[in-house]
Design a protein around this ligand. Structure first.
Ligand SMILES: [Zn+2]
Length: 89
């Protein structure tokens, strides 16, 4: 898929997770993590995986649990189609 090619150098993009620790006003911390695509050749290109769901679990051979950027989870049945939704919390 063309989606997974670096626009800068043409190398493959690999899926990674960007992790961020932010300090809150009351002295606590908020941990934030989101999926990104980074250039395999490490040219510095990184793209947030905003538009694509992430596979977070697999049930059996033909069911995938996908997590969308809006924190919506969905079960994808590879034999049929969408069969339902699931909370991603
Ligand atoms: Zn690159």
């Amino acid at each position: 898929m063309k989606w997974f090619v670096c626009p800068r150098c043409g190398a493959d993009l690999v899926e990674d997770v960007w992790e961020e620790l932010q300090e809150t006003e009351d002295g606590g911390f908020v941990f934030d993590a989101h999926p990104v695509y980074v250039c395999q050749d490490k040219c510095g290109y990184m793209k947030r995986a905003e538009d694509t769901p992430r596979i977070i679990a697999q049930q059996g051979d033909d069911r995938l649990l996908l997590l969308y950027p809006n924190d919506q989870g969905r079960i994808l049945d590879l034999r049929n189609s969408w069969i339902g939704t699931a909370d991603a919390c």
